[in-house]
Design a protein around this ligand. Structure first.
Ligand code: ZN
Length: 94
């Protein structure tokens, strides 16, 4: 089956670019993502500033739909990058 995912890319200056991609996944992966586990997509770079490739994961966000993310922090949690960006903007305003 095909799903649309939002990919949070960065340009050379580190500015965010949102790209929409259509990808083919199995039904099992679809269910995995809908249940909140997410699944491994591929190794890649979301920014030209990254030195190497990281494992990219796809999760389902109730607000943004399917989004691409990567494991962050010491516990390696998967968070929606678009929700994080919004909460960053809000906390800078506060
Ligand atoms: Zn989100």
């Amino acid at each position: 089956m095909k799903i649309k995912v939002l990919v949070p890319l960065r340009d050379e200056a580190g500015n965010p670019i949102v790209q929409e991609e259509e990808i083919q996944i199995t039904f099992l992966k679809y269910i995995q993502a809908r249940l909140g586990f997410g699944f491994f997509w591929k190794s890649g770079k979301l920014s030209p500033l990254w030195k190497g490739f990281l494992g990219l994961w796809i999760i389902h966000c109730p607000r943004h739909g399917f989004v691409v993310t990567y494991r962050q922090g010491y516990d390696g949690t998967l968070n929606c990058p678009f929700c994080l960006m919004e909460s960053d903007v809000l906390s800078h305003r506060a």
